[in-house]
Design a protein around this ligand. Structure first.
Ligand SMILES: Nc1ncnc2c1ncn2[C@@H]1O[C@H](COP(=O)(O)OP(=O)(O)O)[C@@H](O)[C@H]1O
Ligand SMILES: [Mg+2]
Length: 222
């Protein structure tokens, strides 16, 4: 198992956000799907120890994440947040900053290529990117840490259909080329069908359904 969440609860400002949520995320590509406000982004943050639950356990590859050094965990488990999340400066600055935090010397050209960006984007200011290009730059930045798992928070929610298709293709290709596991948050069940082998449906802070994506969504129904 890549991740296991065991009866995880978390409140924010006195309001329950996650309620005894239990889920298993196998190696490979998993989608977390659910309506806005259901707790999907909060779950991603727990997986990377950007937050810890009030109760319950999160395990990564069988080990309680609280026993891991958060910074070391985040080198293995890269998070691509929702837009906008780039720092000022060029795309290369963004990649070098992230890589420097983990003492890595990034191959900028290769990372841009993996993320589907032309080498000329290295010098481009982050404020001068289209939304799709920002998404790819964030992907390149996350890949600089050479993660074995990527957490992606609604990576295509701000993109049109054509750009969404291209980003999805990049992600699937990456996962295959680098043998990276993906955990992808989406509110789009069609995207879950295209992108994942395993699906966890989240509603009101609970995992209400989970299993192989085709089985959960029902073969043939769109
Ligand atoms: N720091 C916070 N303070 C107060 N409420 C929060 C905080 N973070 C998240 N929430 C609330 O938790 C719920 C789930 O948020 P989130 O995980 O972002 O949902 P999703 O990603 O599924 O849209 C929402 O109702 C949100 O308002
Ligand atoms: Mg969210």
């Amino acid at each position: 198992m890549l991740f296991e969440l065991d009866r995880v609860s978390l409140s924010r400002a006195g309001k329950p956000v996650l309620r005894e949520l239990s889920a298993r995320l196998p190696l490979g590509a998993t989608c977390l799907a659910g309506p806005s406000g259901s707790g999907k982004s909060t779950v991603l943050r727990l997986l990377d120890r950007l937050a810890d639950p009030d109760s319950g356990t999160v395990r990564y590859r069988g080990e309680d994440v609280r026993e891991r050094d958060p910074l070391q965990l985040r080198r293995e488990v890269g998070l691509v947040p929702q837009l906008p999340a780039l720092l000022e400066g060029t795309v290369e600055d963004n990649i070098r900053f992230a890589a420097g935090c983990a003492d890595r010397n990034p191959d900028i050209g290769r990372l841009l290529d993996l993320a589907g960006l032309d080498p000329s984007f290295a010098e481009r200011g982050s404020s001068r990117l289209s939304v799709g290009e920002q998404q790819r730059a964030m992907l390149a930045r996350a890949l600089a840490l050479e993660p074995s798992t990527l957490l992606l928070d609604e990576p295509t929610s701000a993109l049109d259909a054509v750009t969404t298709g291209a980003v999805e293709e990049t992600l699937l290709e990456l996962a295959e080329r680098l043998e990276i596991s993906l955990v992808l948050v989406t509110h789009d069940l069609d995207q879950a069908r295209r992108m994942s082998e395993w699906l966890v449906r989240i509603e009101a802070g609970r995992a209400v359904e989970q299993g192989p994506t085709g089985e959960v969504l029902g073969a043939g129904i769109r």
